[in-house]
Structures are given as structure tokens and as C-alpha cells.
Design a protein around this ligand. Structure first.
Ligand code: HEC
Length: 240
């Protein structure tokens, strides 16, 4: 009991310190209208604990960009009654057994070695090892709906460290390989650069009129992430 109390107090003071000291890193977090996972939506400013898996930042983007495609597990298609666009819908699909990856269909299908049973099915690529690890650990940790303070830094970042990682996690499942959505392949620098040059990427992530809002079926990128794209484009999209 006493330890729990101590932990809560420690946690509260740590959060307070962070709120006071790193204002630029938590932009948007206290905006209740901002449900953007990249921004740590939900009004909480919990610092990210490297030992925990945060559903909103780490798991949901993988599911949205690899599984919630049209004809698959988006709201409209709901194949096999499974929708993978939000925490509530993932849990309601009955494919997660908290604490037990081995009896969770969600985990079983992504590591199935038989291409006939594997998800996402061919010609889509299987999830990467680090993506399947994230899902396994999340289930092992009890499959909670956690969100933490954004790690986004719009002042100091690189293409490889920030832009590339964001696209891998939030876009590439839909935009790669032979089944690339909209015929757009964002798995390489040149593929991304082409969509910067024709201005389609900037219009779509900002949800400008006349563009398809991206990431499709996912939350809009955070202000910090959009600022990173802005600065990167203005700097001539360096491959750094
Ligand atoms: C769930 C699948 C999915 C995800 C995730 C996704 N896209 Fe798309 N994207 C599509 C589809 C499908 C199209 C074709 C147009 C349409 O149907 O909306 C498209 C079109 C586009 C276009 C062309 C838009 C236009 O109006 O010309 C761009 C640029 C784009 N996506 C970039 C991105 C970026 C950047 C991300 C990640 C931040 C992303 N997409 C995430 C499915 C996805």
C-alpha cells in the first residue's frame, strides 16, 4: 500500500516537472479535442517508460497501416467481424486475450508461417520482427490502452530518425510493394521525395481540400510531426 502511494506521488511529481520543463515537447497534449496518438492525445502527459508498450503510439499505427485497409479490417469492410481502427474495436473483435499472446488470434495470425493463413495476406508483406514484438509485448503486458507523452521534437531531428520512422510506422503498410495503395510507394527515399515534389504528401497530411486525408483510417499527424515535415521540406528534403 505504502509503496503504491509512493509510486503515485513520484509519478505525479515527475509529470509535473516534465510539464514545467519541456513545454515544447508536449504541445497539444492538454487539448482535449486532440485525439492524436502521436501527440499523446487523451489529455495525459505521462512520460514514456521504455519498458512499457503504448497502444496509441506503438500498436494502433501498426494495425491501421497494415490491417485497416479497404476490403480488410477498416470500419466499412470489417472482414470476419474484425475492425482494427481503435482500441475499443480491436478489443471488441475478440482476438486479444490480455496477458496471453499464444491464445490471441491477433498474434497467432501475424506470426503464422503459412502464407495461406498469415496476416496481412500476400501480396502484402508480413509485419517486421520489431512490429510483431511490439504486439506480443503489448498483449503480454495485459493489452492496456496506454498513451504517453509525445517523443516528437520539431527542433532537432533528421530524415532517418524522424520522417523515415514515422512513414514506416504510419504509412508504409498501405504504401509499399505490389499492392501499394493509390499506386504510391513510400518505402524508399525516392518514393517519398516524389510525393513531396508533386505536393500531394503535404496536402494529404494537412487534410487540405482536394487531397485524400492521410493517414487513411488513422488519427491526423500531430502538430509537431507536421512541423517536422514542413521544416524538412523547406530544407530541401535532405536524405540525412
Ligand atoms: C490504411 C491505408 C493507408 C494508410 C495508413 C495511409 N494511406 Fe495514403 N493512401 C491510401 C489510399 C487507399 C490512397 C488512394 C486515395 C484514397 O483512396 O484515399 C492513398 C493516397 C495517398 C496519397 C495521394 C493523396 C492525393 O490526394 O493525391 C498520399 C500523398 C498518401 N496517401 C500519403 C500517405 C502518408 C504520408 C501516409 C502516412 C502518414 C499514408 N498515406 C497512410 C491508403 C493509406
Amino acid at each position: 500500500m505504502a509503496t503504491t502511494y509512493l509510486k503515485v506521488m513520484l509519478f505525479l511529481s515527475a509529470s509535473l516537472l516534465l510539464v514545467v520543463s519541456c513545454k515544447h515537447r508536449i504541445d497539444g497534449i492538454n487539448d482535449p479535442g486532440n485525439s492524436d496518438p502521436g501527440n499523446g492525445g487523451g489529455g495525459s502527459a505521462v512520460p514514456c517508460d521504455p519498458n512499457k508498450i503504448y497502444f496509441q503510439q506503438q500498436v494502433l499505427p501498426i494495425l491501421v497501416s497494415n490491417c485497416a485497409l479497404g476490403g480488410c479490417h477498416d470500419d466499412a469492410s470489417h472482414q470476419d467481424g474484425i475492425i482494427l481502427t481503435s482500441y475499443e474495436k480491436v478489443m471488441a473483435s475478440g482476438i486479444v486475450s490480455p496477458g496471453n499472446p499464444g491464445s490471441s488470434d491477433l498474434y497467432e495470425v501475424i506470426v503464422d508461417t503459412d502464407p495461406g493463413d498469415r496476416m496481412p495476406p500476400p501480396p502484402r508483406n508480413p509485419l517486421t520482427q520489431s512490429q510483431t514484438q511490439i504486439i506480443r509485448q503489448w498483449i503480454q503486458q495485459g493489452a492496456p490502452n496506454l498513451v504517453c507523452q509525445s517523443m516528437c521534437d520539431s527542433n532537432s531531428f533528421t530524415y532517418s530518425g524522424a520522417i523515415r520512422t514515422l512513414i514506416t510506422n504510419k504509412c508504409q503498410g498501405c504504401h509499399s510493394g505490389t499492392a501499394a495503395q493509390g499506386g504510391i510507394d513510400l518505402s524508399t527515399y525516392n518514393g517519398i521525395k516524389a510525393k513531396i515534389t508533386d505536393s500531394r504528401l503535404w496536402g494529404s497530411i494537412n487534410h487540405h481540400a482536394g487531397f485524400s486525408p492521410m493517414p487513411k483510417n488513422g488519427a491526423k499527424l500531430s502538430d509537431c510531426e507536421i512541423t517536422q515535415f514542413k521544416k524538412w521540406i523547406e530544407a530541401g528534403s535532405p536524405n540525412n
